[in-house]
Unconditional design. Sequence first.
Length: 550
Amino acid sequence: MTALVAALGHGGALGWLCTVVVAGAGLASGVRWLRVAQREHYVAGSVSRFALRWWRSSPLNAALATSALAGAVASGFVPGAALVCAVAVTVGPVGLRWRGTSAPLVLTRRLRTLGATWVVLEVMVVAAGVALGAGPVVAALVASCTPVVVDGALALTAPLEGLVGRRFVDRAAQRLRQVAPTVVAITGSYGKTSTKGYVGHLVAGARTVVTSPASFNNRAGLARTINEQLVPGTEVFVAEMGTFGSGEIADLCRWVPPDISVITAIGPVHLERFGSEERIVAAKSEILVRAPVVVLMVDDPRLAEVADRCQAAGKVVWRCGTRRESEVGGTEPCGARAADEAVAAAARASATTGRGERRVVAVAGSGGMTVWAAGQLVAEDVGCSAQPSNVACAVAVALELGVPAAEIAARLAGLPVAAHRLEVTEAVSGSVVLDDTYNANPAGAAAALERLAASGGSGARRVVVTPGMVELGRRQRAENERFAAAAAAVATDVVVVGRTNRRALVAGARRGRATVHLASTRAAAVAWVRGVLGPGDVVLYENDLPDHYP
């Protein structure tokens, strides 16, 4: 013990006490960052990124971060200064809870493994500091940099987690081979969950179909879906595939090889991770490599280029597009056909040969939605509020799977609404609620505002509640300002939730006529809405961020 105390260097017993206290504070505060790691899908680097957001989220948190670092540095000269660091990392960042409410900590096997690895790393580093006679300063620095250490533990445990998950993946791959359904793989920056639901609905009347539930779109989610839900006799398996980086979809397609692949849209979603939309196109296009049939939303010129390359490679290509009634002069057959007669003619020819190019166009009009496929009318003036782009992709898949056009037309009016994606309900107060809390992209937000503008009667109060959009990289501030300005043009009130995008949203909303309100949490925003809105009023909840966001 004498040798250990001596190893603590200047400060003696005080140095020992400070080392223990600040190390304990670092371990306690780390529970917050473990929750962030879990919510961010255990991606190394995500914890440090969120730590920067939180420490910069308010003047108080910035002051606490400065105090923590200052105390850590000063403890190299005065051991007692480490206690300042201990207090700062215990108290802050203010607002980030240990357990959480909307995104609570769940003690899964993976989290326990990560936590144990992180604790070992912290203890080893502090022990090395003690051995070098710098216990207080090393413990304080480690406590201040706990998010970085958690990210290190994530990197260390990633290979192990890959091995653990491999047996579930292998079992799923074997089951998939045994059942041998036609695999429809769907990805896109947005619209993939809705399109997946539409495909399942349109196909269910003619074929036995299983769709991956909710947003089960990664390795673990798809393996679980296959192992638990794919049964003998299943004819079609619709798999949503998501990605946070290049190579992930390619890996999924190795053991879930698609027969039909779909890309619904390209947008700035996860731009913070990818860096550019060109990289997003490349990552999403991995889903097309193994598929003999591809369905692409060619309204986007980038996907039109991808369609050209796929057709040149000999794949069957379904080119999907949308039109608005104003663009084609109404929903009369001649108007829709005149929008692209040359392409429609080529589509009719390809339908005869079974190779080459095919086309689906969805026309949104005041009388409903009209859908054309290969130059032929599939359905006219269907009363549904679905996004035309998603409908066009789903119809293309259903036709490729052999579902009769008449069956598709009959089922279009009953397309399901994906949970929390512009779901319409009525509150107890009599106000209309547009729940778009699972939507987080500029295109979807714009569509939601269109719905809000068309809802409610004359004199109705229209409210937008939003924390804004995230993971848009350098475009995040500009996109949120643009969205808030558009919201303020159609809404009477804009309620800004949280601090993540507060400045951008307030700046944008002040360009319009709406009154701007600030709410620290979504619960506070909901309470305000319930106290203000009444019969005939409308509220749009646009996106929702879990409480590990500031």
